[in-house]
Write a protein that binds this ligand. Structure first.
Ligand SMILES: [Zn+2]
Length: 414
């Protein structure tokens, strides 16, 4: 029998152990308290894709939560919907397309992507989004927001031009079908807004009451940023990757949901990645590498606790974290040395509804075998004609002469 629905029991298990949130729904019995901290209630009712969003609410869905693309956790991406009907993607790393499809998000609702930086675990699936959107229901340009670099070739503008070159064969191949509108816009255009990476509070987006600003992140090399979204008196921050920094402490004060990266300690990372242990030949090199990664780029468990203690959000969420049975207890202990407030560690398909009086956490229940969701339909008269007149127009005569005619196999076997 097909495993039609993915069990979310494992993810729930982890979150129950991790969370330490004030009970938003006090009349519902929570889980056993860990370390005498107040527990967050992760609603046992699953989120079913397609649930309407209240016009005053914001919904945050974790589509990817890991550094390593793993079966239970894709790389990084957060999907934010606002009650006014708008939607935003923050980072789009390796493997997250699967979760967007499972959650029933059509490409027409994935038209605004905000990149924190250009590491592959934050941008790889942009290829899928860019390539397949126009042949499905995103017939308008992809809107791409991302940081500048120290020189133009390292900025998001150059990245977008390179993406167009990389995908030229794909774009042509799909141009036997309408990929744009008669008004002249093409789904294969990219509207880039490059954001000066050192700007604090620069406006990336301001439309329909939604304001998205950015501020510097300190990660690996110059040219990483974090984002803050504000709408209807609600707010959230997505850090992307960063070392612990004071920009975040300042920007995070009073935010509703602060989503921040966190990494396992170097010795855990080294042991998991190599299978080695202290004393083994090669252990010093393994530790040296993971320590260098942490030093150049990331936020330790204790550092995240400190940041949350300073910013004091309504809910702190760690992401970009390898969730395993033997990583979460240590993480929670470290975070709790500084921060006693509402906290969760995200795994994929955690859905957070945010309103002024409540924050609700659930896991989505989805099919492992989803098809694309129902597309937005354009009246045929609005669609631009395809570039190529037929699906066979890009194949040469020699190849076509080797195609087995349907008349050979469509009937009964002899
Ligand atoms: Zn990175």
């Amino acid at each position: 029998m097909l495993r039609a629905f993915r069990s979310d029991a494992v993810r729930k298990f982890f979150l129950v152990w991790l969370v330490g949130v004030l009970v938003f729904v006090p009349f519902i019995t929570g889980f056993a308290l860990q370390n005498e901290q107040p527990a967050v209630f992760v609603d046992s009712t699953p989120f079913i894709p397609g649930e309407p969003l209240d016009k005053n609410e914001m919904r945050i869905t974790f589509m990817g939560t890991s550094v390593i693309p793993r079966k239970g956790q894709a790389s990084n991406s957060v999907f934010v919907e606002t009650g006014n009907g708008d939607s935003f993607i923050f980072d789009i790393g390796s493997g997250v397309s699967t979760n967007y499809v499972a959650m029933g998000i059509p490409y027409s609702r994935m038209d605004k992507v905000f990149l924190t930086h250009l590491h592959a675990d934050h941008m790889s699936d942009l290829t899928t989004l860019y390539c397949f959107g126009p042949s499905l229901d995103r017939k308008t340009p992809l809107r791409l927001f991302g940081p500048s670099g120290d020189t133009p070739e390292y900025g998001t503008m150059a990245f977008a031009e390179a993406l167009k070159l990389l995908t030229r064969w794909h774009v042509e191949s799909f141009s036997f079908t309408p990929t744009g509108l008669k008004s002249g816009v093409s789904g294969y255009d990219i509207d880039v807004k490059e954001l000066p990476y050192m700007e604090v509070g620069g406006v990336a987006y301001e439309e329909n009451g939604v304001k998205i600003t950015h501020f510097p992140a300190v990660h690996d090399r110059n040219g990483s940023i974090s984002y803050k979204l504000e709408w209807n008196g609600l707010s959230m921050i997505f850090s992307g990757d960063t070392k612990p920094n004071y920009y975040m402490v300042d920007q995070g004060k009073g935010v509703d949901v602060l989503i921040h990266e966190m990494v396992v300690p170097p010795e855990v990372w080294a042991a998991k990645n190599t299978g080695m242990k202290p004393g083994d030949v090669g252990w010093p090199q393994a530790i040296a590498y993971t320590t260098a990664v942490e030093d150049s780029s990331h936020t330790t468990q204790k550092a995240l606790g400190y940041i949350l203690s300073q910013a004091n959000p309504r809910l702190g969420v760690a992401t970009h974290f390898q969730v395993n049975e033997d990583t979460v207890d240590n993480a929670l202990e470290d975070v709790r040395t500084w921060y006693q407030g509402p906290f969760a560690i995200a795994t994929d398909l955690l859905v957070i509804n945010v309103s002024k009086d409540r924050i609700r956490l659930r896991y989505a229940q989805v099919s492992d075998y989803s098809w694309y969701p129902s597309p937005k339909l354009y009246p045929p008269a609005q669609l631009a004609p395809p570039k190529y007149p037929s699906p066979l127009a890009q194949l040469n005569e020699e190849l076509l002469s080797h195609v087995i005619p349907a008349s050979v196999y469509a009937g009964e076997t002899k």
